[in-house]
Design a protein around this ligand. Structure first.
Ligand SMILES: Nc1ncnc2c1ncn2[C@@H]1O[C@H](COP(=O)(O)OP(=O)(O)OP(=O)(O)O)[C@@H](O)[C@H]1O
Length: 260
């Protein structure tokens, strides 16, 4: 499915945090949101997965307004990996993933054979099968992250909304998660701080600054030294990755673009 955000405005505690955002992720596309701390990435994503109500604007799924769907109906279309990683800690990892099947179940119905197969496959895809019967509470930050991603996959959504999905993951699991997203080809909106990961996995990037999109396009067009200096305040060279040919940002860690 195609997802379009149209003229979205969100206010929090009386302050405008997202101001007139337009963006699109085409069917099967991975659209990345990048921007400095506080630029509105999480707020925008929370509004897309209906955790927040916009002050104005719409989120359209294949042209239909998401706000017209019941929560259960929209949960069949959109699954989120939010930044707050709370939840019911008494559940096992498998039970946590099984929560992703609720939008497909009647009230009080037991899991079907299909539900169990979908849950097992989601656990397998994030590499958590061996830990499936452990308590969610006992898992490490990265393991919880992977279980919550499996829950989103078990929802079999048309659109995945991921807020910093590589947080807490070691480098191997970061690479695996990005490979999984690439292989998946589900329309995806993903906020990423790691600009090199974003350059490698995203078909299109949207750069946010103070709640507004200031640049949109292919990573190679967007991630220029000028933009990195202007929006992120850092000095960097952009070169071709020697293994993949993707844009590779080499940051100058010795000091920012402008004096501190
Ligand atoms: N519940 C809230 N009440 C008031 N202001 C909020 C609330 N949540 C976030 N904000 C403010 O909204 C702005 C955007 O925050 P948001 O979390 O969307 O940014 P972000 O781009 O995801 O940041 P980060 O990269 O630090 O995660 C920030 O200035 C933040 O302080």
């Amino acid at each position: 499915m195609r997802i379009a955000v149209e003229d979205l405005h969100v206010a929090l505690a009386g302050r405008t945090v997202v101001a007139g955002v337009h963006l699109v992720a085409e069917e099967g596309e991975i659209a990345g949101l990048v921007g400095p701390n506080g630029s509105g990435k999480s707020t925008l994503l929370r509004t897309v997965y209906r955790h927040l109500k916009p002050r104005a604007g719409r989120v359209l799924l294949d042209g239909g307004d998401l706000a017209d769907l019941t929560p259960a109906r929209s949960a069949r279309h959109i699954a989120a990996l939010p930044q707050e990683r709370g939840g019911d800690f008494e559940l096992t990892a498998r039970q946590m993933v099984a929560l992703g099947r609720i939008p497909y179940q009647r009230a009080f119905a037991a899991d079907s054979t299909e539900d169990r197969a979908v849950v097992a496959s989601a656990l397998e895809r994030v590499g958590m099968t061996a830990d499936a019967e452990r308590r969610f509470a006992d898992l490490s930050g990265g393991e919880r992250q992977r279980v919550l991603l499996a829950r989103a996959l078990a929802q079999q959504p048309d659109v995945l909304v991921l807020d910093e999905p590589t947080n807490h993951l070691d480098v191997r699991h970061q690479v695996e998660l990005l490979a999984l997203l690439r292989a998946q080809r589900t329309t995806t909106l993903v906020a990423l701080h790691d600009l090199n990961a974003a350059a490698s996995v995203c078909d299109r990037l949207h750069v946010l600054r103070r709640g507004a999109v200031v640049a949109s396009g292919k990573p190679r067009e967007i991630l220029t030294p000028e933009l990195l200096a202007d929006v992120f305040g850092v000095r960097a060279a952009v070169v071709d990755h020697p293994l993949t040919g993707d844009p590779l940002i080499a940051f100058d860690h010795r000091g920012p673009a402008t004096p501190l």
